[in-house]
Design a protein around this ligand. Sequence first.
Ligand code: MLT
Length: 396
Amino acid sequence: MKPSKRLDRIPPYLFAEIDRKIDEAKAKGADIISLGIGDPDTATFPNIVEKMHREIDDASNHNYPPYQGTKDFRQACVNWMKNRFGVELDPDKETVALIGSKEGIAHVFFGYVDPGDYTLVPDPAYPVYANATYLAGGEPYFMPVGPENNYLPDLGKIPGEVARKAKIMFLNYPNNPTGAVANLDYFKEVLEFAKKYDILICHDQAYCEMTYDGYVAPSFLQIEGARDYCIEFFSHSKTYNMTGWRIAWAAGGEKVLTPLKTIKSNIDSGAFKAVQKAGIAALETPQEKITELNEIYRSRRNIMIEGLRELGWDVGSPKATFYLWLPVPKGLNSAELAEIMLERAGIVVPPGNGYGPNGEGFFRIALTVDENKLREVVERMKKAGIHFNMASGAVY
Ligand code: MLT
């Protein structure tokens, strides 16, 4: 039986492919350290787990949830927005619960993109933005980002004929995979661009709470009038160690959010009500707990950067996310580097080309193992002769 043509342009999902390679290596007896997927290694906060224990026993949570999320979940989301960003939202009209932000991010394309439409997608970026464009029949226009533009798409370089046919611009700051951040002035420029060409800004906020060294990430919705042009996708996954729970939410003006709600109510029936109750407990987590978690990542970041510097990498300290985005040694491409790391050192890293053509020449490290394991990573790389100048024959 022939699958649909829309799958012709969809590669296997980056991390599904990486999981397959991990399984293969483990089957051969390899002792693997995975710095692959951005999946927190510490437990969901106890206040959330305790809430779930209680709610799962309550039979009133066992039937269908409301399509846009329970009222108390949406109210908790808008309370959080008010406390965190000073933004007032209408819980009934300007927010919707998601079954993880990946779900909402993929579905929003079906609410806006027709065959022949463009979407504006950074390159490199989380693979879902381009692949959901293809699934909806659209064409991603890749906006290159790199050290030369501080990882911020250069709006002046987007051709007018592309911008006029574009329906969505997807951004993500703090950024996966690069760890880059953006400020409100940049967001204001993007908003002006979106108004000029009548484009929906979709902003993936999965990492907005994972920040270090005093950096505080802004929200588009802090800008006057932005809600008419912008949907932000907030995720419980990384902030509260809840990747497996599949709970998140989107916020934006009523008009821009409605197509996403229509798509969702025809495709899914919402997140389990007990999970939404646990999601409320998450949003009420004391800030000290989140600061403590960020301190763990900050310390890991510093250890890994020190180790990488010993190995010849000239690497700066990202202000946010638990990712390090690193150039591959000269003479290798990103797939070759990932292969060498796995074969010679038993270390899993995603190759940069998995995040788009412009990710070639880079690889990503997720700081999702403890400090001792990170020290072991550096030792294993040393032993295996993996260093930044390996192609030049230099020895470390
Ligand atoms: C990542 O590691 O880039 C993401 O966590 C993967 C995902 O959400 O699929």
